[in-house]
Design a protein around this ligand. Structure first.
Ligand SMILES: [Zn+2]
Length: 344
């Protein structure tokens, strides 16, 4: 593939939202949210009036009604803040947000020269959706595939080894420690839709979180209730093998590593209607499902509800762990094999 130095500004713009950029600069706290707009003091001319600078979240545009008397998109904002060209701003954005530099390149000079005439940008190698990733989706709208990939994830982070994962598993799932951007300081876990497209990255803190920091971070606007982690791989497995349903990413990844690849994670202890519909889509009346939730209060609550709903269209087996606090990723390959009936 010939390398080109032309940056596809449209792709970069689509991959980063004004919210992410404000967050990057540590400015988001100074902004007030009202419906679709964010308003605050203008960071460009360093004003103090809290309503002079406004951002339309859905349009991914900003405006300064005071000294700057103008506005633009997320790239224009970075260019103003850095006192740089659009080209330099795009390179910075690719670096800061860990965007896939190759996917942000184009063979077309047009894209580089005419960043705002995006309609004529037909030479673009990559055409991400025109809406930014963090835009809150319409009700019932699916999570859209991301227009970028997090790059330079470190697969050799000790946390992954501590979780008992092999380098092969880490590579298969595309896991790694993220040093920059949205998931900075976290282990990034790509989440795919059934077609195998990445729709989000989850970020796991690689230690026990202090205070009220959440263990997992998901992108704003992403709805995990619409996805089943690992569904894209699980549906490639034989129809005769039971589908195992677990709560967490690492439960799922660990079972996969043990050779039990027909496993999905709910990313929680509840099953949404959309997740139920997904399971229904990829099973039939003769399919078997094994529900293996964590042995704790939340897991037991899930066991009250989920099997009843699944039993309407598949055969359901519920696994109960013998001890409080146990979860699927603590199983040995032999224990797993006993539970899934030698299917692994
Ligand atoms: Zn201004």
């Amino acid at each position: 593939m010939p390398k080109s130095s032309f940056i596809d500004f449209k792709a970069v713009k689509a991959a980063i939202t004004m919210e992410q950029v404000l967050q990057y600069y540590g400015l988001l706290d100074q902004f007030k949210r009202s419906g679709d707009s964010l308003s605050g003091p203008c960071p460009i001319h360093k004003g103090s009036n809290p309503t002079q600078f406004r951002v339309s979240v859905s349009k991914n545009l900003w405006n300064c009604f005071s000294e700057c008397k103008g506005g633009g998109n997320s790239l224009d904002f970075i260019a103003k803040m850095e006192d740089a060209t659009i080209h330099a701003a795009a390179l910075k954005a690719i670096d800061w947000f860990g965007l896939d530099a190759e996917a942000m390149r184009t063979n077309s000079k047009e894209a580089d020269r005419q960043p705002d005439k995006s309609a004529s940008n037909t030479g673009s190698k990559q055409k991400p959706d025109s809406k930014p990733a963090a835009l809150a989706p319409e009700k019932d709208a699916p999570n859209k595939p991301l227009g970028f990939r997090l790059e330079k994830l470190n697969p050799a982070h000790p946390y992954l080894e501590e979780r008992g994962l092999t380098p092969e598993t880490i590579a298969e799932f595309g896991l790694g420690y993220c040093a920059k951007g949205m998931m900075a300081g976290r282990i990034a876990i790509p989440i795919h839709n059934p077609e195998g497209k990445v729709v989000a990255y989850a970020g796991r803190i690689p230690e026990e979180p202090a205070g009220d920091i959440a263990k997992y971070k998901l992108p704003q606007g992403f709805r995990k209730s619409l996805e089943l982690f690992n569904i894209d791989r699980a549906i490639k497995e034989s129809a005769d093998v039971p589908l195992v349903i677990v709560e967490g990413f690492f439960d799922c990844i660990k079972l996969y590593q043990f050779g039990y690849r027909k496993v999905v994670a709910l990313m929680g202890s509840t099953m949404s209607a959309a997740q139920e519909a997904l399971i229904r889509t990829y099973t039939d009346g003769s399919s078997q499902v094994i529900l293996m939730l964590d042995e704790d209060e939340a897991g037991r609550a899930g066991r009250e509800d989920i099997p009843v709903r699944l039993a309407k269209f598949v055969f359901v087996k519920v696994h109960v762990f013998p001890e409080e606090g146990m979860q699927p990723d603590q199983l040995s390959p032999e224990e797993l094999n006993n539970i899934v009936g030698g299917a692994a």
